[in-house]
Design a binder for this molecule. Sequence first.
Ligand code: NAD
Length: 486
Amino acid sequence: MNPIEPVPCFVGGDEMPLGASFDKHDPATGRPNARVAEADAALVDAAVTAARAALRGPWGRTTLDQRIAFLEKLAAHMEASLATIVAAEIADTGKPVTVTTGIEIPRAIANLRAFAEIARQAPEETFETPMAGGRARNRVLRHPVGVIGIVAPWNLPLLLLTWKVAPALVCGNAIVVKPSEHSPRTALMLARMAKACGLPDGVLNVVHGHGAGAAGAFLVAHPGVDAVSFTGETRTGEAIMRAAAAGPRPVSLELGGKNPALIFADCDLNAAIAGTARSMFDNCGQVCLTTERVFVQRPIFERFAAGLAAAAKALKPGDPRAPETTLGPAISAVQREKVLGLYATAKAEGAQVLTGGGALEMPAPFADGYWVEPTLWAGLPDTAEICRREVFGPCAHLSVFDDEDEVVARANASEFGLAATVWSTDAARVERVGAELQSGTVWANCWRVRDERAPFGGFKRSGIGREGGARSLDFYSELKTLCVFE
Ligand code: NAD
């Protein structure tokens, strides 16, 4: 039996008494494994006040070079603590250890180094304006925005947190983070490690708790928050934007998706099957970039579908700490019920179930965990609910297409536009289709390859604004033009 770990809030450099709290369950076993603080409005206010005070302290006088050096120090510290961070992330999410150790935590750390480098390389913009009797020199200067409210999801907890915390810090802001109630541990760990690396008290605060009507809502509505950076569901993004309208305060919204994969008959079939399987089943389908709509050109449909079903059956659910495990559970009982409810919807809509389609029965000690079967459907029209709504589970619907224009139109006929994947060996086709797809990211013959310098975000209901590279520096900075007559 795992011990129940307390997860307190971190405000003004101190861990707060637990106070009101809730149970957090291990997704792999369904058993409680943490007691998490539920911050009330007063504690959220204290965190925002601490952040504001920190801006007036030594942090407000740091140079860019000092902040870059801090991020690099924190990255090295986290690297040395990799095993502890991995253990915390697994306890919260049930993700397989190969994924956490091999990809997610290293990428979370890489975000710190990447934004240190992006800030170091950022060119100073200057413009000379000819004038009678001389000229004016316009220089673009960056100031911190102030206190940033960061509201994060549970699917890639530390990775998505450092994606926001790193640029916010390097730009000189103070932060109040509200991690997901389902994944509180690594945010607290980040704040502890930042303090150990010398970050002044109050610069990075963590308030735990739920979203609507609770800590998340208190934070985004707080008038002392100058900007809100959010990743999560589109519906939550709407609520956050409404809250940020008071002020008004800027928002960066990274929201949901219903991502298409376009599999052309001229693709490298084995690579396309392996890549699409990864894009559907990694993290149990709980990645905003997950493929949930697969369009396969008619001549290869049967072979592709059979290969994908074989890849689904080859997944190994099990102990997240065992190196052979390749499939983890859904994050929570509620998420499992949501996914199973949509599996039932697919059946009710008349889908042909190619594989899976229900709950995954697991032996002890995982029998009460939140397991769902990897699932493939076919035979539904694009208008079916399962082909339109984000499931956020290890599943996708496969349908046949005949020509390029048709598939581009069908892929674009979605209210979302976060990511799309194209599999084809025809370079000219890749260029054409890549240009036509309404999607913040298009991958061709690969999936989830990320470069922190490239813009990232969504078309349509998948988000507002872009993060990554200079776009992040712009969001977390007030830009000022200093115009001097010379
Ligand atoms: P969610 O919207 O339910 O919760 C995200 C965070 O918002 C949590 O911390 C939650 O407590 C908080 N929250 C909820 N309601 C709130 C409110 N009214 N006010 C303030 N805070 C509130 O999302 P989730 O279930 O944690 O994450 C899954 C979703 O996130 C999926 O839709 C996925 O596509 C999306 N996502 C998008 C990206 C991206 O980059 N576009 C990345 C990861 C996840």
